[in-house]
Design a protein around this ligand. Structure first.
Ligand code: NAP
Length: 505
């Protein structure tokens, strides 16, 4: 199925032009023109979202569940076209796009099932105590209510699961919040066809069209206007630390500051304990090389750092990693800008006298080949830049002398999305020292695995202390992500007939 984008913005059910056009920059396939967003369109979308909130924010959970399922169905109805244009725009293999589509529709259906159960509302009631002395206590109920229109910024590396109908949009819609998406300029055609699927679901279920708008990019002012619009009550963002921080600052500087749920970058350190290393250094090295280079290393959960003790077992691990990296062919990166940033990151590492190269390869144009560097624990702690994310297949081995130094190093890390321990049963005493440190650093702590691949389940946390995210106490993946777009309201001394219907169902 060949899909030709109309190149327009979707604002509350209407496909509109903007101020001029920008050209897409696909990895392969045809270039298309897309309308540039305007502040006027942002205003229209946000006002329509507020208008829609007065019905959608008070809809029943089963109505919203039906809407989420309809979006999933409509995405599946466009599966072939989504895969085709998604692969062209991002350079990701078709199989990856197919898998990501399944994750996106699965997420929408999971959230539909979840809200129908009602537990997420965390309903509470304290009975009245009319005879309490010295003063009676009134009856108090508590429930979670949707917060209002939400702005969503998707990421370049997940054109489906973290974009137009991805986790943030699904969570906000499940909560009862209309959404205005700022389309990612790296995959505008993919964004448009997913927006068409949402539009079809709106028509099918009779929901207010202001519940969803897509403003294409091409102009950074659009994002600024969106997060500052008075009708927007929260922002979901997945992307870079620099972009996230700029938008976070704007949210904080508003006359009415609003929460900015930013999922940013991370180096996802792995700690290799001695017995595990002794038993399977080669397997661990091969596994790391595979994880580090998967998808050209363009995962926020890419394990960029391995902390390993000095010695023969560590050397075996490094040798196996180098050997496996040597077999990895260059891969296409998502955008020219990301490819350039990777080459700059490699040059930054290569120019430091605190690291030594273990495996280097030249990357050019939009393709990236892996690189591996090594440093000592002391140098790592002294050189802050070594702990910064290089988005792509670049790894750093940090060699330590002792377990004490490994624990010390773990304490020095900034906030992470994930932290991993590789261990055997005989490593348990060392692992027990690391676990309390790592849980202060990361949203997800894993044992004997690689952190790429985030399960969409009730118990997932995808977030972590700053700078991994700006999400205090929140996750952007899994059913708990819906909580971000709700706020608790207490109802005191209110008759049951006046309470929100959600208390009863
Ligand atoms: P990005 O460059 O920050 O872009 C994300 C979105 O923000 C785009 O819509 C972009 O607009 C907009 N934006 C960026 N900077 C802006 C600014 N200063 N003002 C206004 N808008 C701005 O990120 P990306 O390249 O898409 O993604 C790669 C990064 O995301 C990596 O660092 C990766 O680790 C991280 N990431 C994190 C997660 C996670 O879950 N934590 C998941 C995936 C990726 P344009 O369309 O104009 O570029």
């Amino acid at each position: 199925m060949v899909f030709t984008p109309n190149g327009k913005h979707l604002v509350a059910g209407e496909w509109l032009d903007g101020a001029g056009t920008f050209a897409s920059a696909p990895a392969h396939g045809p270039v298309h023109q897309f309308a540039v967003g305007t502040v006027d369109l942002v205003n229209r979308a946000c006002e329509a979202a507020e208008d829609a909130f007065w019905s959608y924010g008070y809809s029943t959970r089963s109505e919203r569940a039906a809407f989420l399922r309809a979006i999933a169905d409509e995405i599946e109805a466009r599966a072939g076209a989504i895969t085709e244009i998604g692969s062209q725009e991002t350079g990701l293999p078709e199989t990856r796009l197919q898998g990501e589509r399944g994750r996106t529709t699965g997420q929408l259906r999971l959230f539909a099932d979840h809200i129908e159960k009602g537990e997420y509302l965390d309903r509470r009631r304290d009975a009245a105590l009319p005879d309490r002395q010295p003063a009676p206590r009134p009856e108090i109920w508590l429930i979670q209510r949707p917060i209002g229109p939400v702005a969503v910024f998707g990421a370049s590396n997940f054109p489906l699961a973290f974009s137009t109908a991805g986790g943030d949009t699904a969570a906000a819609l499940a909560a009862g919040c209309p959404v205005v998406v700022k389309g990612h300029s790296a995959h505008p055609g993919t964004g448009e066809i997913v927006a068409q699927a949402i539009e079809a679901a709106i028509r099918k279920t009779g929901i207010h069209p202001g519940v969803f708008s897509l403003i294409q990019g091409g102009n950074r002012d659009i994002g600024h206007a969106l997060v500052q619009h008075p009708q927007i009550k929260a922002v979901g963002f997945t992307g870079s630390l620099a972009g996230g921080r700029a938008l976070f600052n704007l949210c904080a500087a508003r006359p009415e500051p609003i929460p900015f749920f930013g999922e940013l970058g991370s180096v996802n350190p792995m700690f290799l304990l001695p017995e595990a290393l002794r038993a399977r250094a080669e397997t661990l090295g091969q596994g790391w090389a595979g994880s580090l280079t998967m998808g050209a290393g363009q995962f926020c959960t890419n394990p960029g750092i391995a902390v390993v003790a000095e010695g023969a077992d560590g050397d075996r691990f490094v040798a196996a990693t180098v050997e496996a990296l040597g077999k990895v062919a260059p891969q296409t990166m998502l955008t020219d800008g990301i490819a350039k940033a990777y080459q700059d990151g490699q040059a930054r590492f290569a120019s430091r006298n605190t690291v030594k190269p273990l495996f280097t390869s030249e990357s050019s144009g939009r393709s990236a080949a892996p690189n591996l560097f090594e440093t000592s624990g002391a140098q790592f702690l002294a050189d802050h830049a070594l702990g910064e994310e290089v988005f792509g297949p670049l790894g750093l081995v940090v060699r330590v002398q002792t377990i004490d130094e490994m624990v010390q190093l773990a304490r020095g890390f900034e906030g992470q999305l994930t932290a991993t321990i590789h261990m055997d049963a005989a490593d348990i005493a060392d692992a027990r020292r690391l676990r309390p440190v790592l849980e202060r650093k990361a949203g997800r702590v894993l044992v004997n695995g690689f952190p790429t691949g985030v399960e969409v389940v009730d118990s997932m946390v995808h977030g972590g202390p700053y700078p991994a995210s700006t999400n205090f106490g929140a996750t952007s993946v899994g059913t708990m992500s819906i909580r971000r777009f709700l706020r608790p309201v207490a109802y005191q001394n209110m008759s049951e007939e006046l309470l929100p219907e959600d208390f009863l169902g």
